[in-house]
Design a protein around this ligand. Structure first.
Ligand code: NAD
Length: 377
C-alpha cells in the first residue's frame, strides 16, 4: 500500500526543490500517493487564502506532508503562512538536524548537532499591536499603571508569551529525541538573566524535566549570545539543542552556515499526530525557475520523512546517495563550488546524479527495482 503524503510545492524555488525531493523519494522504491496542494501565492490566486482549508484537511487526513518554502511579504500585515500552518496543525517541535557531510565546503571538520525549536509561542505567537492604535495606547497605559515602566507613545508592541506547558512538551520531545537517536546531551538555550519570567520559566521547566533523564542524558544550559559564539568556535561540543521559537529560528540559520549553507539544511515540524517536512531555507525568489538552487535540503527533508514513516533502510540509501554526490563534488550546484567555478550543475542535474547513485546502490544490492525490502504492513 502506498503512503499518502500531502505535497506542497510552495513559492519561488519551492516547486523546483519539491519536485527534486519527490523524484528522489519515488526512486527509493517506496510507494507514495502524492496529494499535491497549493499554499502561499498560488493558493491566494485560486482560493483567496494563502492557507486554504482543503490543504489543512489533506494534511490532517494524511498526517504526513512534504513542503517547499513559502514567501511571506515583509511588513505588509500578511502573517507568515509557515507560522500559520504550524499553529493550525499544532506542530510544536521544529527539528533541524545539522550534519556536515564530507566534501561540503565548510570551515569545520565535524558538525553533527540537532536543533529542537519550540514552534508555537514566544515572539512568533503573532500577538502584535501596531503603533498609534487604540489597543497599543491602552496597553502602554496598562503597563505604566502596573509597575511604572514607560513605553514610548509611538511604539509598536509584540508580546512574548512562554508557557510552562508548551515549554515542557518541546523540552520533553528534545530529551526523548536524544534518547531515541542515541545522542548524549541536551543543551537549553535562553536569555533568562534578562527575561527572568519568560525565558526564566523555560529554563526552570528544562531543569525539572532534565532531572527525569539524569543518568541517561547529560543536560546543560547556555545564554543565547554566548551560545552563538561557542557554536562558531567549537560546534563539535554540542549535540541536541532545545530553544524557544525566536532563538531557534536564528540559530537554525547559524548552524546551516556551519554545515555548508541553507542549500543542505533539512527540517521537520512535528506534532503529536502530524509531521511536516521542509527545508530550513526560504523561497529565494530571485532564483525562481532558473534550475540553479541546491535541492539537497529538501531531498534530506524527504529522507527525514522516510525515517518518520519507519522506512529506515530506504532513508539510509537516500542519505547515502546524497552523501556520495556531495563527497564526489562533481554534480553539485553553485553554492557548493568556489565562486566562478564553471563546472557547477543545475537543480535537475544534481537530482539526477542522486537518483543515479540510488539506483546504482539498488543494482549493487541485487534489488533492481529500487523498492524497499521493508514491509509496511
Ligand atoms: P532564503 O532562504 O529564501 O534565501 C536566502 C539566500 O540563501 C538566497 O538568496 C540564496 O543565496 C540562499 N539559498 C536559499 N536556499 C538555497 C538553496 N536551496 N540553494 C542554494 N542557495 C540557497 O531567505 P530569504 O531571502 O530571507 O527569504 C525569502 C522568502 O522565503 C521570504 O518571503 C521568507 O519569508 C520566506 N521563508 C520561508 C520559509 C519557509 O517556507 N519555511 C523559511 C524561510 C524564509
Amino acid at each position: 500500500m502506498a503512503y499518502k503524503v500531502t505535497l506542497i510545492p510552495g513559492d519561488g524555488i519551492g516547486p523546483e526543490v519539491a519536485a527534486a525531493a519527490q523524484a528522489c523519494l519515488d526512486a527509493t522504491g517506496v510507494s507514495f500517493e502524492w496529494e499535491i496542494l497549493e499554499a502561499g501565492e498560488g493558493a491566494i490566486a485560486k482560493h483567496g487564502s494563502p492557507l486554504p482549508e482543503p490543504l489543512l484537511e489533506s494534511i490532517r487526513r494524511n498526517k504526513v506532508a512534504l513542503k517547499g518554502p513559502i514567501t511571506t511579504p515583509i511588513g505588509t500585515g500578511i502573517r507568515s503562512v509557515n507560522v500559520g500552518m504550524r499553529h493550525a496543525l499544532d506542530l510544536y517541535a521544529c527539528v533541524r538536524p545539522c550534519r556536515l557531510y564530507p566534501g561540503v565546503p565548510a570551515h569545520y571538520r565535524q558538525v553533527d548537532l540537532v536543533i529542537v525549536r519550540e514552534n508555537s509561542e514566544d515572539l512568533y505567537a503573532g500577538i502584535e499591536y501596531d503603533d498609534g492604535t487604540p489597543e497599543v495606547k491602552e496597553l502602554i497605559a496598562w503597563v505604566k499603571s502596573h509597575g511604572g515602566k514607560t513605553i514610548r507613545p509611538d511604539a509598536a508592541v509584540s508580546l512574548k508569551p512562554i508557557s510552562a506547558s508548551a515549554s515542557e512538551r518541546v523540552i520533553r520531545f528534545a530529551f526523548e529525541y536524544a534518547l531515541k537517536n542515541r545522542r548524549k546531551k541536551v543543551t537549553a538555550v535562553h536569555k533568562a538573566n534578562i527575561m527572568k519570567f519568560s525565558d526564566g520559566l523555560f529554563l526552570e521547566v528544562f531543569r525539572r524535566v532534565a532531572q527525569q533523564y539524569a543518568g541517561k542524558l547529560e543536560a546543560e544550559d547556555r545564554l543565547v549570545d554566548n551560545m552563538c559564539m561557542q557554536l562558531v568556535q567549537r560546534p563539535e561540543s554540542f549535540d541536541v539543542l532545545v530553544l524557544p521559537n525566536l532563538y531557534g529560528d536564528i540559530l537554525s540559520d547559524l548552524c546551516a552556515g556551519l554545515i555548508g549553507g541553507l542549500g543542505v539544511a533539512p527540517g521537520a515540524n512535528i506534532g503529536d499526530q502530524i509531521a511536516l517536512f521542509e527545508p530550513v531555507h526560504g523561497s529565494a525568489p530571485r532564483y525562481q525557475g532558473q534550475n540553479k538552487v541546491n535541492p539537497t535540503a529538501t531531498i534530506l527533508s524527504g529522507m527525514l520523512m522516510l525515517r518518520h514513516l519507519g522506512e529506515v533502510e530506504a532513508a539510509d540509501r537516500l542519505e547515502q546517495a546524497v552523501s556520495v554526490v556531495l563527497r564526489e563534488g562533481k554534480s553539485v550546484t553553485y553554492d557548493l563550488k568556489p565562486r566562478g567555478d564553471n563546472s557547477v550543475v543545475g537543480t535537475r542535474q544534481m537530482t539526477e546524479a542522486i537518483i543515479d547513485k540510488l539506483q546504482g546502490h539498488s543494482r549493487e544490492s541485487g534489488n533492481p527495482s529500487g523498492r524497499s525490502s521493508l514491509s509496511r504492513g
